[in-house]
Write a protein that binds this ligand. Structure first.
Ligand SMILES: Cc1cc2nc3c(=O)[nH]c(=O)nc-3n(C[C@H](O)[C@H](O)[C@H](O)COP(=O)(O)OP(=O)(O)OC[C@H]3O[C@@H](n4cnc5c(N)ncnc54)[C@H](O)[C@@H]3O)c2cc1C
Length: 454
């Protein structure tokens, strides 16, 4: 699959056991989490440090062989799996995690460190990490930087971009850029780390990150609230936002809850069923629970609510929301479209989606959930395998009409390349292509991701 001279060079760099050519072993790297995207790699290479990454990229560049970078392989848009005999560079061995720098509230982490490993590490030192998401056991620092991951704490701490103070990365020609000093103020020219955040592996391989840490959230309380519709959810959010202690606001709907309950055997969270559910969490010192409950009791949108102020109770409420992705995947291979609209247009989007999708395929089964505060809805469509392109077109055009984004937090990947122009102007796309050509002139890094191959 791979020319002998390149194979020999890669083995000399990373060692025989870390150049995987066996088809069965490669297969686990060649299909993505959603099972919608797959391909064949020439081989899987697992470098152990930045020097090895640089040498691997230099050899591949010399041989003109494209490289796809993969972290935890939990991405949703097919950006981390090969298409056609690329070298797959896995970052799993870049798992160096440095001691927490308490004075600056920062930590340096290798690209292959998983989110849960990072969280456990920094919590032992009395800190927390500002981004959290349900794929925490597998998603890596490098993948989260490369996708500018969002998740459930954006409301409080911002997305991954807001956590990145510096990066170390390797360009396609093997040159290494490093900004890991942790300086908060450092205005000397273009901010390359910012450019690489959200670049989806198309500009460089990220090898390490210098990350901002946040104080632990303190005492928490969570409430699962039944409301009438998406408009009531938005209205409720506007009434609790000024508590100042809000740490999360998630939304899901009756269809999703039914699916989660069938998949997990969880009991009904509330005595009656509601069309829409909002999961709110507050966190602060001192205990914010009493003020939270009082505020909820004053909100006319709340039809019923269950509140948990102990950890076990909170975890079981979160399970209703976090089990959505796995419950949907247990039903089949869904078409997944992660979109955002201005919060004022959220209810219109939720109301219009069923009609837009049914017009393409009446048998489709739609499950929506998402991050309420950012107007971010994960659109999951089951039974749409045969008309995925048409459904994508219908949903993304609707989102564009509502001034939204075709990608809220998962990225463009391979999945949405054809629709980038719905969200970015020709001038912006031209500028992005110019940056790509400058940093990766042979177009060897993640070809077909973000832009089409031309
Ligand atoms: C159950 C579940 C829940 C999820 N919830 C959320 C959520 O709430 N919010 C959210 O934003 N995402 C969510 N995701 C999506 C996913 O977890 C994120 O996109 C995550 O950031 C991907 O990290 P990864 O290490 O798995 O990256 P991968 O899937 O391996 O790669 C993703 C992209 O990043 C590139 N990449 C990976 N590592 C590097 C690197 N070191 N250098 C350069 N490029 C790299 C890849 O080439 C690819 O384009 C969820 C996924 C699952 C399965």
């Amino acid at each position: 699959m791979i020319a002998k001279p390149l194979d020999d060079s890669l083995r000399a760099i990373v060692g025989d056991t870390h150049v995987i050519t066996d088809a069965d072993v490669r297969a686990t790297y060649e299909v993505d989490w959603t099972r919608r995207f797959s391909g064949t790699s020439a081989c899987v290479v697992r470098p152990a440090n930045t020097t090895e990454v640089a040498e691997v990229l230099l050899r591949c560049s010399d041989a003109g062989v494209p490289v796809v970078t993969q972290g935890g392989n939990t991405g949703m848009v097919g950006g981390g799996v090969p298409r056609d005999r690329e070298v797959l560079l896995s970052t799993v061995r870049l798992d160096n995690l440095h001691e927490v720098d308490a004075a600056s509230a920062q930590v340096s982490a290798g690209a292959g460190v998983t989110l849960s490993h990072l969280q456990n590490h920094v919590r032992l030192a009395g800190f927390d990490f500002g981004v959290d998401l349900a794929a925490r056991e597998s998603a890596t620092v490098g993948g989260m930087v490369a996708t500018n991951a969002g998740g459930i704490r954006v409301l409080r701490h911002g997305s991954m971009r807001a956590q990145v103070i510096g990066l170390e990365a390797v360009f396609a020609d093997g040159s290494v850029v490093r900004r890991m000093s942790g300086l908060i103020k450092d205005n000397a020219g273009y901010d390359l780390p910012s450019l690489l955040v959200g670049s989806e592996g198309t500009l460089a391989v990220i090898t390490a990150a210098r990350l901002r840490l946040v104080p632990p959230l303190g005492v928490r309380a969570a409430a699962l609230v039944g409301v009438d519709d998406a408009q009531a959810a938005v209205s409720l959010l506007s009434k609790v936002r000024d508590l100042g202690t809000l740490a999360a606001a998630e939304v899901f709907f009756a269809e999703g809850l039914d699916l989660v309950r069938a998949h997990t055997q969880l009991p009904n969270p509330l005595p009656a069923a509601y069309p829409t559910y909002v999961l709110l969490e507050v966190a602060a010192r001192p205990d914010p629970c009493d003020e939270f409950v009082k505020r909820l009791s004053e909100c006319s949108e709340v039809r019923d609510a269950v509140v948990a102020n102990d950890v076990a109770g909170q975890q079981s409420l979160w399970r209703y929301r976090e089990a959505h992705t796995e419950a949907i995947s247990a039903e089949g291979i869904p078409l997944k479209l992660d979109v955002s609209v201005p919060i004022a247009a959220l209810a219109e989007l939720v109301a219009a989606l069923p009609t837009a999708i049914c017009a393409v395929t009446p048998d489709a089964r739609l499950v929506l959930f998402g991050h309420l505060n950012e107007g971010n809805i994960h659109v999951n469509v089951l039974n749409a395998e045969d008309c995925a392109e048409l459904v994508t077109e219908a949903v993304l055009r609707l989102v564009s009409r509502l001034n939204g984004s075709i990608s809220a937090e998962h990225g463009v990947g391979r999945a949405k390349v054809g629709w980038l122009s719905l969200t970015r102007s020709p001038e912006e796309i031209a500028a992005m292509r110019a940056i790509k050509c400058a940093l990766d002139p042979k177009c060897l890094l993640n070809p077909g991701v973000l832009f089409d191959d031309s």
